[in-house]
Design a binder for this molecule. Sequence first.
Ligand code: AMP
Length: 270
Amino acid sequence: MQKAALAEKKKGRRIALVPTMGFFHEGHLSLMREARRRADILVVSNFVNPTQFGPKEDLARYPRDFKRDCKLAEQIPVDIMFAPRNEDMYPTSFRTFVEVEGWGKVLCGMTRPTHFRGVTTIVLKLFNIVQPDVAVFGWKDAQQFLILRRMVEDLNLPVEMVGGEIVREKNGLAMSSRNKYLTNEEFEDASVINKTLKKAFVLIKEGADIDAVRHFIIKSISQTKYGKLDYVDFVSRSTLEPLEQIKKGDTLIALAVFFGKTRLIDNLRV
Ligand code: AMP
């Protein structure tokens, strides 16, 4: 992969990368289309990265369908699907991790303390292998995007970072490979997450403060049949620090909600 990338660069071609864990849905495809427009060569990585899963998480049962992914990628079209094996990315001698200090311990990092160092490490490896000029990530995983953007700036990586909008199911639920775990009833119930965020946006427009909006979100999720709120936090997008007041253009409202054992995330940027 690295040889192919360096050869393309030598010819003056611009490379775009969309990192994924496969099992494509419309969210992935929209990022690929965005990336396609921005470069000559489109590389999509398809790798379920073990270092971003905790010991009790769903690594073994994470959904995979490589054949279907290949067919969908052809339609974009993707030039190279990079699908390494675990032993290629993490040989037994592997020892190096990269971490954006502090930022991986808040929000989703509270319950997934090693998740983001797995993400930053694999993405830095992918950047070194694929040599992209531009990389596209989804705002669905807002904390991930902000952490990766911080890493790129801190480590002077010559990669333009692009955020793609959240693609949703008809009922408003953010698309996710993990939605496959939901029963039909849970899937319908989970539409409350987006409805709640939309209403929160209206409340903020009407001048509600953070306490009032937080209270509304907690109450709204508690009224669902299956949803159990993991967290909801209001943080600055530039520092990831908790906010006391809504700061227009810098506020991230991030939340995670359990439906059964399935943990879903969503967010609102104000
Ligand atoms: P994943 O395969 O879940 O690791 O996701 C790969 C990329 O797709 C990440 O940058 C995600 O943020 C992005 N992504 C996942 N779901 C969505 C969605 N519903 N809308 C937009 N981007 C998404």
